[in-house]
Design a protein around this ligand. Structure first.
Ligand SMILES: [Zn+2]
Length: 300
């Protein structure tokens, strides 16, 4: 059987990585000096995770330098895992730490791309939280997207359909600018919601999407439209979206012909790199070595 090192040395994408939480806990702890008790650990859904964020990680991120340090750690830990293409998301809310200065924010983003060019193909993604101030989003997003610095957008937050029409204009603009369209859905929500999000926003990619596995017709829909799902098995397990790794539907999705990549989501919380997750899926007999090679080839 191929060892972990094999998967580390394969070229690969991480297309689901929130860069403010994308580093190892050890990297984070050394920088922050603020331990998070009993961590990383299994959590009881997203509320539990957001509680840790509210108590520990958000208070530690107060300045533009903090944001820059967090992203820098995430890039280094992706490189250490042999990630060659990183579609890493930067939350638009971090603009507040840049004194709402679009130019300064963009300088930080493009600085990372050029500084790391020899080591990783970093493709910045602009992330929108559904619960963030919509007036601020509408004020900042067009200029950020039109800058050409962001190669994709991602919408996340509570997986409810109520109010999603408020974000439609971002996806219309992305389409016009040739920016890839992604959104989080189907992490805890059902197959029908995955289909509706894909149709409503004309998504090219879904972050998670595992809810689709409960309905063959939705899997066929994703496969037919070639909608890639950037799946994060360890995140799904530690947040309780699946009862165990063994019961993760990634194999069902693959076998249905849905394009799949494995992402880290938040390495700080879930503590498993892309290579480690692929290795675990093979070692636990959830996918075959051929499946693993197919997963890794997707997106590079
Ligand atoms: Zn995510």
């Amino acid at each position: 059987m191929k060892d972990l090192q094999y998967y580390i040395t394969r070229p690969k994408v991480d297309a689901h990585n929130h860069l403010n939480l994308g580093m190892r806990y050890s990297s984070y702890l050394e920088w922050s000096g603020m331990p998070i008790p009993n961590f990383p650990r299994k959590m009881n859904g997203l509320d539990d995770m957001h509680d840790v964020i509210a108590r520990y990680t958000r208070p530690r991120c107060q300045t533009a330098d903090d944001v820059t340090s967090l992203i820098d750690m995430s890039l280094n830990d992706a490189i250490a895992d042999g990630v060659t293409v990183l579609e890493g998301s930067i939350d638009i809310g971090f603009m507040v730490h840049f004194h709402k200065d679009v130019e300064k924010f963009l300088q930080m983003v493009s600085g990372f791309v050029s500084r790391y060019r020899d080591r990783i193909d970093f493709r910045p993604e602009l992330g929108f939280g559904k619960t963030f101030d919509k007036t601020k989003i509408s004020k900042w997003a067009p200029a950020l997207m039109e800058s050409g610095s962001f190669k994709s957008i991602d919408l996340y937050g509570p997986e409810v359909e109520e109010g999603i029409e408020d974000f439609k204009y971002l996806f219309t603009l992305a389409e016009k600018l040739g920016i890839k369209k992604k959104a989080h859905v189907g992490e805890f929500s059902d197959a029908a919601s995955v289909r509706r999000f894909v149709e409503f926003f004309d998504l090219q990619e879904v972050q998670h999407g595992i809810g689709a596995a409960a309905d063959d017709s939705v899997l066929a829909f994703l496969a037919e439209r070639k909608v890639r799902c950037n799946v994060c098995p360890q995140s799904n397990y530690l947040l309780g979206a699946v009862p165990s790794l063994k019961e993760h539907p990634v194999k069902r999705m693959l076998d249905a012909g849905v394009p799949i990549t494995i992402g880290t989501d938040d390495l700080l919380f879930f503590d498993a790199t892309v290579s480690e997750q692929v290795f675990d899926l093979v070692s636990e007999g959830i996918i075959t070595e051929a499946d693993a090679d197919r997963l890794l080839a997707e997106g590079v």
